[in-house]
Design a protein around this ligand. Sequence first.
Ligand code: NAI
Length: 334
Amino acid sequence: MKIAVFEVEEWERPVFERVDSGHEIKFTSDKLTLANADEFSDAEVLSTFIYSTLNSAILSKFTKLKLIATRSTGFDHVDAVYCKEHGIMVANVPTYGENTVAEHVFALILSISHNMVESIERTRKGDFSLQGLKGFDIRGKTLGVFGTGHIGRCVIEIAKGFRMDVLAFDLYPNLEYAADLGFRYGTVEEVLSKSDIITLHLPANAATHNFLSAPQFEMMKKGVVIINTGRGTLIDIHALLHAIAGGKVAAVGLDVLPEEPVIREEAELLRSITQKLPLETLLADHILLRLRNVIITPHSAFYTKEAVERILYTTVDNIKSFIMGNPQNIVIGK
Ligand code: NAI
């Protein structure tokens, strides 16, 4: 089979050789875009990370395509309708990093509660003053968790270690697990109105688009902290800015932003003009980047040595099992 692997680092290439010999594998460190698609258009299997947007314009270049093995849990960067219509299967990596992302959630929470960024910036300059650095305990605070799947559950386990109270919401509550761990499910309204810290672990789809918007911020406690490691589209960024400006939201920790692929690369900025991307959203992202009570990481929640290795080995297994006629971890085109 012809396999094309995008967004790949040098050290990752030998792992793909575990796909048995007799297959032709092409590697590139670049994202898959319209500009380079023709070079790889005879591929039957594609493997990308999340920065390749696999829309119909790009996928239509690949007339022999049978499998997309995304090296991520989320698959919202793939046009599901196109894949279903054209018999293309999509395999993901379902569980590589629930602890990894959950640990990052607490890195964000503790950075906020202990004013870590400002504290470290000060001492590096030889300034040991405490003025304005008073933080808050998380013990005894209520953590609101939206989405109690792999990552959300791991977040709850860690929260219980910090002796936080946890309120959660999920379309499919796991009551047995809640009883075991000592947390409670509530309605969306209850979780929003009773939580001191809110963290999002929902997939990005039409139902969760702008999951937190003006009416939801309205229901929250004054001084709430918002954490998002899910996807940028889960939060209406303009409503968030209003909630920060009005003092409803005290602090924010984000690993994801709307229009993130554009904001992360300068070269992409011009594309926002030619493709008429919403400039207000880009501007809102830039405002967030400058606020002292907002901390942003570059979609690095998953990025540890152990998680990256798990991603790679599962992806190779996804490709191997597909070739052997026994596809696994299929999320589109089952
Ligand atoms: P999961 O599929 O195990 O859990 C998602 C949960 O959300 C499920 O329990 C599901 O029932 C619930 N859910 C779905 N739609 C809902 C709705 N409309 N209302 C309420 N609940 C709903 O997913 P997992 O592994 O926990 O990951 C969650 C998300 O985190 C992924 O979709 C991905 O976008 C993001 N992620 C971010 C990473 C990062 O590096 N920042 C790394 C890995 C995942």
